[in-house]
Every structure is written in C-alpha cells, then in structure tokens.
Design a protein around this ligand. Structure first.
Ligand code: SUG
Length: 419
C-alpha cells in the first residue's frame, strides 16, 4: 500500500465563459461580459497538470459537466431556449472546473473507520454553483467506488452553505500520518456573502468521524471576505506541517495559532504581514491560491499564478522568503489566466486526496500521454471563444455538447456519466 497525495484537477469545460455570476469574487465581476477562450483555458489547465507531473507529483482529473444542465432547468420549469439570460448563464457555467469546491476530503489516517471520507459540497450560496453537486457526486462515486477504502457522502442539506476543500486545511507531519483538520467558516463578509457556514463544517467533521481534539473550527475574518477572499484558500494554504497565511486571514489569529501550536507543536506558521503585502495585493496576485506541495526530494514548492510575479511587492516578498531559511524553497509560476479571470487560481483548480492510487478508478488518473490525448480533443472540439451574450446560440450549444461527448467517450466513461 502506498499512501500518497494526488491532486485532481477539474478539466476546464467547453462552456467556460465570463457571465459575472459570483458576487464577492472581484475577478468574476470585473470580467463580466468579456470574451472567454475555452480552448486556451483548458490547455492552460492541462499544462499545469503536466508541469506538476514533471515535478514528480501524482495527478488525477475530474471531467467537465454536461452543459447546459437541462435537469436543473427542468426543475425550474424551463429549458435552455426559454430560460431568462441569468438562468441560462447559470445553466451553462463551467464552474465545476474549480475542483477545490467539489468536496471536503479527510484521509483515512484522520477518520474513525480508517477510510478516506469525501463529502460533496452543496455550493448553495451561488445559483450557478448550486446545481454542480449531482454530477460531481456521480464522478466521485465512480472514482472512489472502492468502499473498503472510501466513503463518499451526499451534500449537507441547505441552507447550510458548504464550499468544500476551499475552506478546509489539513496539517500533519507527513501526509500518511494522523493530521489536524482546520475548517474555516465565514460569519459576515461585509457587502459580500459568507459562503461557508459553520454548521456545514461541523456536520462534515462529524460525518467523517474526525477526532474532536484534532479538529478546529476557525472563523475567517470579515475583512478578508469584504476584500474579495470569498474562500479561505484565497488567503491561506497548508501542507504537511506548514501553514502559509496572510496576517488578516482569520478573525482571531492569535487564538487560532495558539490552539494549532497546542495540538500540533511541530507546526510552522509562515505569516505574510499586511505591511509587506496588503490584502488587496494578495487578492489581485492570488499568491496564497497556490498549490503548496512537497516535492520528491522533500523540499516544499509553491505552484502559484504568474500574476504573483507581476505584482512587485508580492514577488519581492516571495523571493526573500525562498532565499531565507524557511520551509518553502521553490516558486513555480503557472499560467492559468483564463481561470484566474473568473477568480480561480492554481489551488482552486485542484482537489487534494491523500490515498493509495491503486484504490482509485484509473480512468480518473492521468500521465503525460493521456494528457496529450485530452489536449488533442480539446484542440479539435472546444470552442475558441464565447461571449456571454451568445450563450443561447444553438450552434454553440451543439458544439459544447459534442465536445463533452467526445471526451467522455474517449475516456470510456460514457456508460457511467451520460445523463
Ligand atoms: O465560486 N468563480 C468561482 C471561483 C472559485 C474559486 N475556487 C476557490 N477559491 N477554491 C466562484 O466564485 C465565476 C463564474 C462566473 O462569473 O461566470 C465563478 O463561479
């Protein structure tokens, strides 16, 4: 048995567009109405996966969802040709690409029954995301169908908003050792919604059978949400014994750090002071929305968006950090601009699962040759560009459907996934 960390990236779907659907997500609002480039977007995501494989990391994939979501439209008593523009945009959204919001995951070493537990996120706060979970659950139940190793749970009931791993951090001395799980919830976001509710976090922890003395519930600061950190992973990230965070990420950081040090004395907290990087710069550059990973040689690297390199105060601070004696030793910028323009950085695009890859359905694991095949399908089928005003165009819709069917068929998942 070889327990390892596998990053599952959401492949960016053929309907990727900028409809400005996410209040509180500054990039989404800023780019509302702009032309998107689904083909380029998906190829950027594939290159990120390829880069991570070349760094020696294990890589998995989740497929885009069937769009438009006709089942959801039918529940609303309409269909794609009659739906009002905002409902049509929600039914066409490719937002399942942000796999960090697919589910919350607790590895086997943390849970009472020794299985890896996953709870699919309900995403109820945002209409365009609230209908993702049935198709996400379908994929999770296939990928992690071995019920000796995995337990896959249905979503927490509304109205308790749950946004998955984007508000969950796990710290442990090594991936395969018991860890401390930190659930970050919002109470108020000033003008913006607090998307993760504490009741949802507590329910996930109970269902996963986590030990109460190694589980922390921490409030996200109102200031961070109001500044555009609609998920905690926009201002903090953890890996093994390292927490990398902005000074203003949490409502009461002193209490949180003290408790964390008590339950995990080996923890190393790398805090970026607001005097060096303002919350505004942290949010534009998305430096914390990075994959903090342990490389095969044991060093830690930050896989972060190229935007971080373009924000001088941020890059200067990061270069000094890696030159110092801290645990983070390498910076790896990646270009995921198409996703970034909707508020999704490298960390949003992936869901981390610590498990034995042999227990996972191999159709959801990728290597470079398989990525080449997927890139070939994307290049041949994904629309080059979409403007949100065209989302009702029947030719565009037919093309999006054809793209999806071709991919799913190629990956031999038609029998399992076609609605
Ligand atoms: O939920 N954007 C996503 C971005 C999610 C990022 N994920 C993490 N931080 N883990 C969101 O706000 C924009 C969709 C639009 O406007 O069309 C969107 O849904």
């Amino acid at each position: 048995m070889s327990i390892t960390e596998i990053n599952f990236d959401g492949l960016i779907g053929p309907s990727h567009n900028y409809a400005g659907l996410s209040l509180g997500n500054l990039a989404s609002s800023r780019n509302a109405g702009a032309a998107s480039y689904p083909r380029a977007a998906a190829l950027q995501g594939i290159e990120k996966m390829r880069g991570n494989i070349r760094l020696g990391l294990r890589q998995g994939i989740f497929l885009p969802q069937w769009r438009p979501d006709g089942e959801w439209l039918a529940q609303l008593g309409t269909d794609i040709s009659h739906a009002e523009p905002h409902i049509r945009a929600a039914a066409m959204s490719a937002s399942s690409m942000w796999a960090a919001n697919a589910a919350t995951v607790s590895p086997a070493s943390d849970t009472q029954d020794g299985r890896t537990h996953l709870t699919v996120a309900n995403l109820v706060t945002m209409p365009h995301r609230s209908h993702e979970w049935p198709q996400t659950l379908r994929q999770l139940r296939i990928a992690f169908s071995d019920d000796r190793a995995f337990a896959v749970h249905a979503p927490i009931p509304a109205p308790f908003g749950d946004e998955g791993a984007a508000n969950h951090m796990r710290l442990s001395d090594r991936h395969d050792l018991p860890g401390v799980e930190v659930f970050v919830y919002g109470q108020s976001g000033g003008p913006f919604p607090a998307r993760q509710h504490v009741e949802a976090s507590k329910a996930v922890a109970r269902r996963h059978g986590l030990s109460p003395d190694r589980t922390l519930f921490v409030q996200q600061s109102e200031q961070a949400i109001a500044a555009g950190a609609f998920h905690n992973d926009v201002v903090a990230v953890a890996n093994e014994r390292v927490l990398f965070t902005h000074e203003h990420a949490f409502a009461d950081k002193d209490a949180f750090y003290a408790r964390l040090r008590q339950v995990m004395p080996s923890v190393e907290i790398v805090e970026v002071p607001a005097s060096a990087i303002s919350l505004a710069d942290a949010i534009t550059s998305y430096l914390f929305n990075a994959q903090l990973v342990t490389l095969p040689d044991g060093a830690m690297a930050l896989i972060l968006p190229t935007e971080a390199r373009e924000t001088p105060a941020v890059w200067h601070w990061l270069e000094q950090m890696v030159a110092g004696n801290g645990p983070i030793r390498r910076l790896v910028p990646v270009d995921v601009r198409q996703s970034m323009a909707n508020g999704g950085g490298p960390a949003c695009l992936r869901l981390r699962i610590v498990a034995d890859p042999n227990n996972i359905d191999p159709r959801f694991l990728v290597d470079e040759p398989k990525l080449d095949e997927i890139a070939g399908i994307v290049s041949n089928y994904w629309p080059e560009t979409i403007v949100p005003d065209d989302l009702g165009d029947t030719r565009l819709i037919a093309r999006i459907e054809q793209s999806w069917l071709t991919l799913v068929d190629h990956l031999q998942l038609s029998g399992d996934l076609i609605p």
